[in-house]
Ligand binder design. Structure first.
Ligand code: SAH
Length: 370
């Protein structure tokens, strides 16, 4: 495990650690065919395997009846190693919200959260074990960065959710994952390559990938400006969310330490370029913290920065985290903040934050074994 970072300390580069075994979900279809050929088998076996994994959501050899018995075992061993082991599952909202604690091959712990709504199912996934961005109000940030996750480790969280839904394990009848948000543990833009690989596997049509609409995928970032630029060039219409939390550099320097590298103006500039290129509305995430960032003058300042842009503000009532001295804003301050933003014509909603009672809400994922 990593050491607790000092105040404001940023960790961009994940410690070097052993990598998880290669998995089908790490590879493009062409790479899968090559991998199968390397094992001395016909490339079309890769298509069969992909159908089992991405369409039928199965990883067990017994169910792969279109493959000869011995070959199944070998291909699964080589290309579908178990990457995630469920350590604990907690549910709330009558089973409609469910948080899973996963153990990775090297003992690292991460969490994902499935949230079922009347019209959609959202999977909130982790992209790193821990996080190096050190935001003082976020439980994940307090533990530091353990390591980057691989593409397949990220995808597996979604596949596990899809499997549970397809199997009718989640109340409300069989269903499927419609939305994926990279809002679990970690800073997705600090693990860019693996995250983009995962996004591609999610949106590629089955059986190459899961066939989830790119519009249903959201990548959230503290504001790594060069990576936002790269994401804009990928040609993927995924939603970008920027965790802003303050409209002024003085406060943002302390709430979101990455701001000491890239200032509010630079982050927003990158966001507007992203919106222009993808035609997608950018989400601005803003956790309302009592007497810290919830003053009307800050709402006004934020409104002036966002006015007329392709943007939507998500206000998140601050969720409690261990050892934090901060709490959520008073209801009247929250209302005033919303009104001020609206007076600038800025679209704003207060997030119906799920899973607070199971420490599964925004900023609460700590992957504690107990
Ligand atoms: N590192 C990325 C992905 C994590 S998303 C990012 O920060 O964008 C998790 C979201 O929850 C972020 O917007 C984060 O700032 C917010 N958050 C963190 N701690 C929180 C808390 N205690 N209450 C409410 N929101 C919080």
């Amino acid at each position: 495990m990593s050491e607790q970072p000092k105040t404001g300390q940023l960790t961009f580069v994940a410690p070097r650690r052993a990598k998880p075994q290669r998995h089908l979900a790490d590879l493009t279809m062409a790479e899968r065919r090559a991998a199968v050929a390397e094992l001395g088998e016909k490339p079309f076996r890769a298509d069969q395997l992909s159908r089992h994994y991405f369409t039928r959501l199965t990883g067990s050899p017994e169910q792969m009846t279109d493959l000869p018995g011995a070959l199944r075992e070998r291909l699964v061993e080589q290309l579908m190693p178990p990457l995630l082991t469920s350590v604990r599952e907690i549910t709330c909202d009558g089973g409609m919200t469910r948080k899973t604690l996963w153990k990775l091959f090297d003992g690292s712990l991460v969490e994902s959260v499935l949230m079922r709504y009347s019209d959609r199912v959202t999977m909130c996934v982790s992209s790193q074990a821990g996080c190096g961005m050190n935001c003082p109000f976020c439980a994940t940030g307090q533990a530091g960065l353990t390591r980057n996750m691989s593409t397949a480790e990220i995808v597996e969280q979604v596949v596990a959710g899809a499997r549970a839904l397809a199997g009718g394990e989640v109340p409300g009848g069989p269903g499927r994952v419609t939305n994926v948000v990279f809002m679990g543990m970690g800073e997705p833009m600090a693990n860019y390559k693996a995250v983009i690989g995962a996004v591609r596997r999610l949106v590629d049509p089955a059986p190459e990938g899961l066939g989830i609409s790119a519009r249903g995928v959201t990548v959230s970032t503290v504001g790594l400006v060069p990576a936002i630029g790269k994401l804009a060039d990928e040609g993927l219409p995924v939603t970008l969310a920027v965790s802003l939390h303050a409209p002024d550099d003085e406060l943002r320097d302390t709430l979101v330490p990455i701001n000491t590298r890239w200032k509010v103006a630079e982050v927003l500039d990158a966001a507007w370029k992203y919106a222009a290129k993808t035609k997608r509305r950018v989400s601005i995430e803003y956790a309302l913290i009592k007497d810290i960032n919830d003053q009307e003058w800050r709402a006004d300042l934020l409104g002036r920065l966002l006015k007329g842009k392709l943007v939507h503000v998500n206000l998140i009532p601050l969720n409690p985290t261990p050892g934090s001295k901060w709490t959520a804003s008073r209801p009247e301050d929250e209302r005033a903040f919303v009104r001020r933003l609206e007076s600038h014509g800025v679209a704003v909603t207060v997030r119906d934050t799920r899973g607070r009672e199971i420490d599964g809400a925004c900023g609460q994922l700590a992957a504690a074994p107990q």
